[in-house]
Ligand binder design. Structure first.
Ligand code: MG
Length: 290
């Protein structure tokens, strides 16, 4: 692995963030200033045992000969900042798929004395009608709309929260290289906090941004401008990894140059195609050969 060049160090010095967790300076999510190099001991590779203890969720098992087929899809010399989506990118989307498509209809059916298929017909179209809007991602909206505490439902199935393969290795690689790492998610703040607490990956990020802080979802180009006001980054030297093609399109429209999709965001779903966006099977594909 090549160390950052002096030019890149100087460029990154101009990208120093103002604060880490946008809109949540008093959050319980651990805070850390922008600094290249290894993470604190509890998250770093040394001592290894402490790092592993910090990750209390399962990391999905690999299948197939990934090591022998992986390709480096990013020229890291061209990247100063990496923006990472959470659900379906760093975390297995199966948690959200199960919560919204199975668990919520089940609880709705119990409340309204419906069978499960009738509950799905009652709930599904109402949810899909909001897709791509901030309300679609808003726990408070759906709690009020459906009369069911969605945060409580999340806790009931929290055991399904899982990192996608090689996420800690990838985040550690970015840290070691001195690249600014920003979590950019549409997740509601309560859901975000819960998932970061559960996975232990919060300390890897220089900034953690929820689109709810800006009042506009990532699917809208305005989000990236508001992000730029809060977190200095150079769009032409930034990589965004996101499983949502609408988000990738809005980022491209704004001018973010390097874009990658996730081929299989839900480990129990079907592989997805993303049109003209390159997609990645595993973060192992983005790591230089050992
Ligand atoms: Mg996503």
């Amino acid at each position: 692995m090549r160390p950052p060049t002096d030019m890149n160090r100087a460029r990154r010095a101009n990208l120093r963030p103002r604060n880490r967790d946008i809109g949540q300076e008093n959050t319980s999510i651990p805070a850390r200033g922008r600094k290249a190099g290894p993470l604190p001991p509890s998250y770093g590779r040394r001592p290894r045992c402490r790092f592993r203890c910090a990750l209390t969720v399962p990391i999905l098992a690999l299948s197939g000969p990934e090591v022998s087929t992986r390709k480096l899809m990013v020229d890291w010399e061209l990247i100063d900042t990496v923006l990472l989506d959470m659900d379906g990118t760093l975390l297995d989307l199966y948690f959200d798929s199960y919560l919204w498509k199975e668990h919520l209809p089940r609880r709705y059916a119990e409340r309204h004395a419906l069978d499960i298929e009738a509950a799905k017909r009652a709930v599904g179209p109402r949810i899909r009608a909001r897709e791509g809007t901030l309300q679609w991602y808003c726990l408070d909206h759906w709690t009020a709309e459906l009369g069911i505490d969605i945060s409580a439902l999340e806790l009931e199935v929290a055991h399904l929260i899982a990192l996608r393969p090689h996420v800690p290795d990838f985040l550690q690689f970015l840290r070691n290289r001195g690249i600014a790492v920003v979590l950019t998610t549409n997740a509601h703040r309560r859901s975000l906090s819960h998932k970061l607490d559960r996975t232990g990956i919060g300390a890897f990020f220089d900034h953690i941004v929820s689109s709810h802080d800006f009042g506009v979802p990532k699917e809208q180009t305005a989000f990236w401008g508001r992000l730029l006001s809060a977190v200095p980054y150079a769009p032409d030297r930034t990589l965004l990894v996101d499983d949502n093609p609408a988000v990738l399109r809005s980022a491209r429209d704004f001018g973010i140059r390097h874009l990658l999709a996730i081929r299989m965001p839900d480990s129990r779903g079907q592989p997805r195609t993303h049109g003209d966006f390159a997609s990645v099977d595993s973060f192992l594909d983005l790591l230089p050969p050992a």
